[in-house]
Design a protein around this ligand. Structure first.
Ligand SMILES: [Zn+2]
Length: 135
């Protein structure tokens, strides 16, 4: 029996509430206001959780927030004061558009570009969908 099957069996034996706890969760932004700017310290961690490039995530969020942002070391600095709740909201929106499979809702997806269209392929269910949003 291979490791994957062992894992599946282990999951089956867990009570429901434990399985619930292990579901995919996007980390909330951590940071602070610095003068008139907003510094987010865990941007790379969030991007890594989503399995997307930090630059791609930033491109989307800065456009949605209408505020320029730049990557400095592993942090992101936005050019104005932004409430964390708003940034979290945009990251969730990004995940809905670029990470979660439209068919099964799982985050195990890969993006690729085909003839100028971004395609999302799900590793979990095999669904292929085009991504509507352009950044
Ligand atoms: Zn899927």
């Amino acid at each position: 029996m291979d490791y994957e099957k062992l894992l599946d069996r282990a999951k089956e034996q867990l009570p429901d509430d434990v399985t619930e706890d292990s579901r995919f969760e996007i980390p909330k932004v951590k940071g602070h206001i610095q003068g008139v700017k907003t510094v987010i310290n865990n941007w790379f961690e969030i991007a890594k959780t989503l399995d997307r490039k930090p630059e791609h995530l930033l491109k989307y969020v800065q456009k949605e927030m209408a505020t320029p942002g730049e990557i400095v070391k592993q942090a992101v600095i936005f050019g104005s004061k932004l409430p964390a709740s708003k940034i979290n909201e945009k990251i969730t929106q990004y995940a809905d558009e670029f990470v979660f499979c439209a068919a099964c809702g799982k985050p195990e997806t890969k993006l690729s570009k085909e003839a100028g269209v971004i395609m999302m392929t799900c590793q979990a269910c095999g669904a292929r969908n085009s991504v509507k949003s352009r950044i």
